[in-house]
Design a protein around this ligand. Structure first.
Ligand SMILES: C[S@@+](CC[C@H](N)C(=O)[O-])C[C@H]1O[C@@H](n2cnc3c(N)ncnc32)[C@H](O)[C@@H]1O
Length: 254
């Protein structure tokens, strides 16, 4: 899969290119990540990429020509049906795991990072396929949002995660949150790891984990459960969790 980031700050992508899951995916040639700087497509001596908004008001806007020229410089953008042009924007569709899965089916994602007050609306109308938001808050630029999109999609690509890593039980994968995880030491400040995890009984461990996933989703994100059809086994496990939760509720802080 191919990612192209159009950004005034390509340096912001350098660390991600080198480290972690994305860095490894690039080294293993499972993904590519290139940056294009609209400043390289300016014609004036100041290399300006922004201008004052018509109608007045505070701030500056990214101008249309350097953005369009950046897009045009990606040779196959018009012929590749599996390319999508994304503008990161607080006004876009909110990023969630369903959208991540949809986008991971594409061959090439072109991610436009806005700066200042954003970009000229005519660029969005003419060239953008989808606007994506990281959430209901305003960032100073689209780079952090672009990096979040790249990271989460890279995790979905076959072979990117190693044997010991898996998306299967990650939060949201099947509409539930993840279960709690524990590692050494077995006892920390009198707090023990749940006994079932030390039992070696894989069936019981799976059952406990599923119960925790159901229960934690019920506690923290009941809206997710409303959209999920539970099996009889899952309903039973959730009832068990609720009963246990009632008993320990007094000492439990949410
Ligand atoms: C300061 S913001 C502009 C905000 C814009 N004036 C508005 O209120 O809709 C600059 C850039 O940051 C990016 N950005 C800000 N918040 C974002 C969010 N929640 N999700 C994705 N990108 C965001 C966009 O690319 C935007 O063009």
């Amino acid at each position: 899969m191919r990612f192209t980031a159009i950004t005034l700050f390509p340096e912001m992508f350098d660390a991600t290119k080198q480290y972690g899951v994305v860095g490894r995916a690039i080294k293993d040639k499972r993904i590519t990540l290139d940056c294009i700087n609209p400043r390289d497509f300016t014609k004036d001596k100041h290399r300006s990429v922004d201008d004052r908004p018509y109608g007045g008001g505070p701030g500056m806007l990214m101008t249309i020509e350097p953005l369009t020229a950046s897009l045009k410089s990606i040779v196959d953008v018009n012929i590749d049906e599996r390319s999508k042009v994304i503008y990161l924007s607080p006004q876009g569709r909110k990023l969630d795991q369903n959208l991540v899965k949809e986008l991971s089916q594409q061959q090439h994602l072109i991610l436009i990072s806005g700066r200042y007050e954003g970009v000229d609306q005519r660029f969005i109308d003419e060239s953008v396929d989808i606007e994506i938001s990281l959430g209901d808050f305003v960032l100073s630029g689209g780079e952090i949002a672009s990096l979040a999109v790249i990271d989460t999609i890279a995790r979905q690509i076959d072979g990117v995660l190693g044997h010991s890593e898996s998306v299967i039980e990650d939060s949201f994968e099947d509409g539930l949150l993840d279960h709690p995880h524990y590692t050494r030491p077995e006892v920390y400040k009198n707090k023990k790891v749940p006994a079932v995890l030390l039992s070696g009984n894989h069936k019981e461990i799976e059952r406990w984990r599923l119960k925790q996933r159901l229960g934690i989703t019920w506690q923290k994100r009941p809206d997710l459960l409303m959209n999920k059809k539970l099996t009889n086994e899952e309903k039973l496990l959730l009832e068990e969790y609720k009963k246990e939760f009632k008993n320990i509720k007094k000492s439990f802080r949410i």
